[in-house]
Write a protein that binds this ligand. Sequence first.
Ligand code: GLU
Length: 515
Amino acid sequence: MTVRVRYAPSPTGSPHVGNIRTALYNHLFAKRHGGVNIVRIEDTDRARTVEGCEAEILESLRYVGVEWQEGVGSDGPEPSEGPFGPYRQSERNAAGIYGPHWRRLIEQGDAYWAFDTSEELEAMRKEREAQKLSTGYFGGEWRDAPTAKVEAAQAAGKPGVVRLKVPRGLKIVVEDAVRGRIEHDSDLVDDPVLIKADGMPTYHFAAMVDDHLMEVTHIFRGEEWISSAPKHVVLFGALGWTPPVMVHLPVIKGKDGSKLSKRHGDTACLDFRRAGFLGRALANFIALIGWSPGGDREVMSMDEMAEAFDLKGVQPSSGVFDADKLQWMSGVHVRNSGPQRLADEVRDYAGRQETERYWSARVPSSDEVDPHVRLDGLRRLASADPRSAEAAVALLQERVTNLADFGPACRFLFVETVDFDPKAVEKWFHEPHVPDLFRRLSDKVTGMTAHGHTDYEVALKACQTEMGIEKLGPVVHPVRVALTGSTVGPGLFELMAVLGPERIVKRLQSAIGDR
Ligand code: GLU
């Protein structure tokens, strides 16, 4: 059996962390089993469909590295012509794919027309509430209405819906790959709408018909669908089909224990790209919310995760979105990346309009870098010649957590005049040996023919010896302040190698003048 899974989003809003996790598990599971991942767009709720959302979904998937072999936006053959296409439910409906199946259900007596008005439905709801009965539609006057009554309603042009006739007095068994067997009393399962008055299928109907027709073997979806699973089991049974294996994924919570929401900060997938996170770091982080590869493995590439992905590792209990852990994991992925690739990624990041928009709109907290300084640093890094940019990235990749942090971290390398930390200046520039030190170093650097970090080390140590200074500190610190404006930063000789002789000399000279 070929594993066939699907990510089936409704284009009703920006995909968030939970949606992306579902997409990732589909990808990992398909990859693990050499199967097929499908992207199907569930756009049957026209009123809730948001313009541009489908594009944002596909963009989000590409950003985190989800691959799909069939469906909307896939690299495969034109989706509408594939054996299972089209892959947008609105198009499937227009192509008449659902009609034969719901008509068959009506003919078999497993579904029925219902013509309740919204006032009638509201009255029924209140009545059940007053009687403390479970909410939902359990039949009313239409479940067992004689054909003549239905035909009369149709002839009168009443708007009607088609509902599933959930059998009463039975146990409905849902087999969930994570939670095991769940039994439901069918008397508590209401009759869901399958076809709406506008002729569009509901999620319950379209998704299940599609899962069957697309030969889906496993359904990964959020646990908010658990209560719908018995309806889907009944539907599959009535159509004589075998349901796919169901895998309901636990809800994702914030660290405060409440369901993850905008209150917890960025949750839309592309916001993380705007904030500077590498897609591979975000994928790694999100995949581990609710799945464990076993042991204490955490930092993993997509291929490693696919290799290890197993339903046994999917947790039934809720997962926690820990923003500090994302920072940490992101930093590890940055450090593990080759500088050339990373420099290309920073360049791409800095050049995006969304990066500019994201940071320009940001209100920084008191300990955060001014967003305009960040953007300025990114721009300078992106427009540096590729070799300098790569050297700058290699110099600082140990010290940043994401692409955006390269802006403030690298800025000092590319500015015309250094921003001095007044405390650093106060502490080091007033030492009597400093002007002489700067002059000597400047002369040595001017005469240097090789410019590797060890060459700078030799030059500075020669100044130290000539000046009879015992310790390295009084030599290193003032030079660092002259070159970077600050007392902290990456290794001095390494950063000198990135700055290059002209900048070094210029900065030393201007530090002498500024004293
Ligand atoms: N269209 C549903 C949603 O976006 C998908 C649920 C499923 O995967 O079956 O929530």
